[in-house]
Design a protein around this ligand. Structure first.
Ligand SMILES: C[S@@+](CC[C@H](N)C(=O)[O-])C[C@H]1O[C@@H](n2cnc3c(N)ncnc32)[C@H](O)[C@@H]1O
Length: 230
């Protein structure tokens, strides 16, 4: 079942490849969260799960990191030029144990269900003390255009109208995350879990998002593999 799910996700990204941007402004809130949470290691080795066209990876390399990008979609990877990339599933990482300093996943886990195997594999390939940085969508957020409606409700309607990533009749859906529930899931295998609610440009001018961070859509979770040097 998981491989059928993955086949559909890969095929969707292959066919919708032109919808996704290849570049990212340096001021992007998600990029800022990833950079802020990088451990203080010179030239860390980073694995980017669901790297897409490599827009996060390129920024990290410009800051001195060495990044390996991994993605299911051949068409997305074709545009990740200038990076070391591999076509594979985040559920089965083709790397040895304890070889990366950091694993990042930006808006990738929402396309994988369930994600237990990805967390297991991420922990396996991270060194002791290594860091997992996840940026994904908050299931408790409110819609930036209509802040009186929950984002998941707007998504539900749009999915049925066929306006979302996957066709209306597809079994595959994006799964968003309840921040504290996901934090507890991470705490089963990692330590020092943090949650950071990110402010996007669309949310910037509304008082709700400014004063109630849990209503923001983009969220960054970080988690550390136990056993690092104190
Ligand atoms: C919304 S895109 C995000 C791309 C990139 N992180 C960015 O923000 O520019 C999600 C990416 O995750 C990839 N993806 C989804 N499921 C995956 C899986 N099981 N293993 C590896 N990549 C996956 C998709 O192919 C797609 O390129």
């Amino acid at each position: 079942l998981a491989s059928l799910h993955e086949a559909e996700v890969g095929a969707r990204f292959d066919s919708l490849v032109d919808r996704f941007k290849r570049e990212l402004p340096a001021s992007d809130a998600r990029l800022d969260a990833v950079v802020r949470n990088l451990p203080e290691i010179k030239n860390p080795l980073v694995l980017d799960l669901g790297c897409g066209k490599g827009r996060f990876a390129r920024h990290l390399e410009a800051r001195g990191a060495k990044v390996v990008g991994l993605d299911l979609s051949a068409n997305m990877l074709r545009e990740a030029t200038g990076l070391s990339c591999i076509r594979a599933s985040a559920r089965q990482l083709p790397f040895c144990n304890a070889c990366f300093d950091v694993v990042i996943a930006v808006e990738c886990l929402e396309h994988i269900h369930p994600i237990d195997q990805v967390l297991f594999e991420s922990r396996r390939v991270l060194k002791p003390g290594g860091r997992l940085i996840i940026v994904d969508k908050n299931a408790l957020s409110m819609n930036a255009q209509r802040p009186w409606l929950p984002s998941v409700f707007v998504k539900w309607i749009d999915e049925r109208r066929g306006l979302w990533m996957y066709p209306a009749d597809s079994q595959v859906r994006e799964h968003w995350f309840i921040p504290n529930r996901f934090k507890r899931q991470l705490a089963r295998s990692f330590e020092s879990i943090s949650i950071d609610y990110l402010m996007t440009n669309q949310e910037l001018n509304h008082i709700l998002f400014r004063y109630l961070p849990v209503t923001r859509l983009m969220t960054c979770w970080t988690a550390t593999v136990p056993g690092g040097r104190a």
